[in-house]
Ligand binder design. Sequence first.
Ligand code: SAH
Length: 282
Amino acid sequence: MAYYEFTIKIADTFKDTLIQRLSESGCLGMIENDESLVAYFPSALDIETIKCDLSLLKTLLAKAGHAHELTYDYTIIPEKDWNETWKKGFQPVDAGERFTILPPWEEKRKDRTNLVIDPGMAFGTGHHETTRSCLVLMENYASKTARESFLDLGTGTGILAIAARKLGYRQVIGIDTDILAIDAARNNVIINQVPDVEIKEGSLYELQQTFEVIAANLISGVLVLLAPALFAHMRPGGIAILSGILFGQEDEVIKAMEQAGLTVREQYHDGKWLSLVMERVR
Ligand code: SAH
């Protein structure tokens, strides 16, 4: 399989909207740098659809008086160059008090809890604020829970599930609707030597049990839809760490969660992103 590499220049103010749109339209991964956003798509995707999406955004920006604030270019990368492309963009990064996320080709840190992530085709390299926010909150709340069971809903690379196991949770499940994420997560479970972390294909509806902690780094719209199912899969006294919420979209997520029976315990900001800790009191 080959990949499209889109290099997109966009004004900072609109970057998050773009990131959200790209992830909704099948983007496999993004690398943000100072002057542009580089986004990868499988070549099996219809290039016209991607271009159409970008043009649409461009038109919307133009209508709002920002005509020249989005430009883009793309190339096709043969499969053999894919890993090299990733390597360039994937440097080790610290999260929270103890975690360092690093790719398999980097030397492990002796004084840190290493999360070794081979991104494959999945999201979750620790380079995104939302992943790091989840790790910070997981770390802060671990000692307040019995560490019995943890669900990573939308596991991507498996990063949060692996981190949960390393924080001492006994039963850990990572689940994702995307088969490419499943492959990446299973591979990372092996690399990190946490074989008892279970990676499943599907979503909440495939799971029968309830969990002490659920982490869900999705997007606001999906969180809203999943609110009742989230509640149903939480234990009384359990918490949900929700991320992927753009600043300004928190009210709709909080409303849906409260309607489902959950209570806000903490709001955590990182840049333009917000994460929520919700509790199922009873
Ligand atoms: N947990 C990782 C990855 C988050 S990306 C991290 O924090 O970095 C979000 C992931 O959720 C993607 O892999 C996507 O395939 C998956 N996803 C999206 N909607 C989902 C749903 N309804 N159920 C399960 N997984 C979902």
